[in-house]
Ligand binder design. Structure first.
Ligand code: NAD
Length: 523
């Protein structure tokens, strides 16, 4: 997700040696946070402040994944509140879109600094929402602040072109905002989704209404408070909480100009269909089943680390994960030996402890999905080398902890090799030749990402150009420095986030022709 890391290169390499700073977190932290205002306060955000929906169309449970404890119930917003959020965003658009890019950018840059000041609070709350290890959450928040900063810097550079034409005439183009942008997010990188979508949207002069995943409603609201403190006018950033119905109301609202969605392929398809009715713009960041190719001439230590980064961050719940690990037959023995040994050493446990590297699966439902895929893999002929079991790390932590799983004897046709699991399940496949592995790697409906480990630069370039995916990593995996576009080929999505190209997806081009002479016509 996701920076994020979804994190920086250096932090990626440090994955199994989590940050040693701030050792004061422990289990009771979760208890103190769970009773804090972040959890108990209203979770819609309209007119620059938190509020409850005026009409409750149902409740959903907010749970801390590590304990599976229900922290509170959150009311879902219905038509009246979605209408109100969109109407406030329309009102906000009138003045926000008239500011210069420089002025808008200053607000975003101030917001980025406030996020950095509140990094620890944001990270702790992100852990409560997601169950991921605290050091990962810190990397995520740092990356989100960088993204907001980045778009703050780009805002002043959004401009058009001047085209000289014949006889002194000319034309110029202007990049104009679309209007009110709707966002809908998944649960694995909640703050990242709110910030990756809102900051380019706002930089371009749009206003924003976001619906977080019902599993992770907390940090997007905190981002609203950060924006407010940074000087964002009320109504420009709004949050409505809810489940499918709320998402549908937002998507189909006639005054939404664009939807930016992150989530599964089936939901993305429904969103695109709903947007087609009103010819709305759409960005879709969807699922993946990406290849990670380990050639015989790789640096073995780096390749093992890369394969682990490609599979085991955030409990394996990462869209860009390289879950099909293709290993050249000649190095399978040493690669597997090191991989299994290091994977067994990963520390499963309390997400607030500094040395934890595996936190809790987001929900029982997701845990059941992961376990079903592992059972099916075994039935279809795969062998579990390690992991794939529920682990009880502490009697107080009743959440769903799963030991990272490595499957061998996998074949391309197996369900676990073809479908996105969204859990820590790595499928190892072997190959003989470059041509063969490219063909097999591309044999997927999805095309989000991919990794190539080799010390042969020509081969690395060749394979990167042949792979059908939006984000490729040569000799690393799952690094997302700010400014590098992220998005999918094929069914993995449409549009790009995190880069300069993203601005194109939040603007439309107006062309103006200017006549400098008399009007000529044949009549
Ligand atoms: P999901 O599709 O089930 O739900 C995503 C969001 O859509 C939620 O907020 C949900 O409430 C909402 N929603 C569901 N049905 C809707 C509808 N009909 N109309 C409008 N909104 C609706 O996905 P999830 O389980 O939350 O997330 C996991 C998926 O997200 C995985 O497939 C993963 O690969 C993908 N993902 C992709 C990226 C990326 O950047 N490409 C990043 C993270 C996650």
């Amino acid at each position: 997700m996701k920076s994020m890391i979804k994190f920086s290169n250096k932090l990626a390499v440090e994955m199994l040696r989590p940050c040693p700073y701030v050792r004061c977190f422990h289990r009771c932290l979760a208890t103190s946070i769970s009773s804090s205002s972040q959890v108990q306060a209203p979770l819609n955000f309209l007119s620059g402040k938190r509020c409850d929906p005026s009409e409750n169309i149902g409740n959903f449970d907010l749970k801390y994944p590590a304990t599976d404890e229900t922290l509170r119930q959150v009311p879902s917003s219905g038509e009246r509140d979605v209408n109100e959020a969109v109407s406030q965003a329309r009102e906000g658009f009138r003045s926000w879109s008239k500011l210069s890019g420089f002025e808008r950018g200053n607000v975003l840059k101030r917001a980025a600094n406030i996020m950095r000041e509140r990094l620890e609070e944001l990270a702790q709350t992100e852990v409560l929402d997601t169950g991921k290890p605290i050091w990962e959450a810190r990397c995520d928040v740092q990356g989100c602040a960088d993204t907001v900063d980045y778009y703050g810097g780009l805002a002043a550079r959004i401009s058009g072109e001047f085209l000289p034409l014949s006889n002194g005439c000319f034309s110029y183009t202007v990049r104009e905002p679309l209007g009110v942008v709707g966002g809908i997010g998944a649960w694995n990188y909640p703050l990242q989704m709110a910030s990756w979508k809102s900051s380019p949207a706002l930089a371009c002069g749009n206003t924003f209404v976001f619906k977080p995943s019902p599993l992770t409603p907390l940090t997007a609201v905190m981002l609203g408070e950060v924006y407010k403190e940074a000087g964002l006018p009320d109504g420009c950033y709004n949050i409505i909480q809810g489940e499918t119905k709320t998402g549908q109301l937002l998507t189909t609202h006639p005054n939404i100009a664009k939807m930016s969605f992150t989530g599964s392929v089936p939901t993305g398809s429904k969103i695109m269909e709903a947007c087609a009715k009103d010819i709305k713009h759409v960005t879709l960041e969807l699922g993946g089943k990406s290849p990670c190719i380990i050639f015989e001439d790789c640096n073995l230590d780096n390749a093992v680390t890369g394969a682990m980064l490609a599979n085991f961050l955030t409990q394996g719940q990462v869209c860009s994960n390289g879950t099909r690990v293709f290993v050249h037959k000649s190095i399978m023995g040493p690669f597997l030996a090191q991989l299994v040994e290091r994977t067994k050493r990963m520390k499963i446990g309390d997400p607030y402890l500094e040395d934890t590297t595996v936190g809790a699966t987001i929900s029982k439902q997701q845990f059941d999905i992961v376990m079903r895929y592992i059972e099916l893999a075994k039935k279809e002929g795969a062998t579990v080398m390690c992991g794939g079991e529920r682990v009880t790390v502490d009697p107080h932590l009743r959440g769903y902890f799963v030991s990272p799983c490595i499957l061998v004897n996998c074949e391309d046709h197996m369900t676990v090799v073809r479908e996105e699991v969204f859990g820590s399940v790595m499928s190892i496949l072997t190959f003989d030749s470059e041509e063969e592995v490219i063909r097999r790697a591309n044999d997927s409906e999805l095309g989000l990402a991919g990794g190539i480990f080799t010390s042969n630069l020509q081969r690395a370039y060749r394979v990167a150009s042949a792979l059908e995916a939006g984000s490729l990593y040569i000799n690393n995996y799952n690094v997302y420095p700010v400014g590098v576009p992220f998005g999918g080929y094929k069914k993995s999505g449409l549009g790009r986030e995190n880069g300069p190209d993203t601005l194109d997806y939040y603007t439309q081009v107006k062309s103006v022709y200017v006549e400098m002479g008399d009007v000529e016509a044949p009549f």
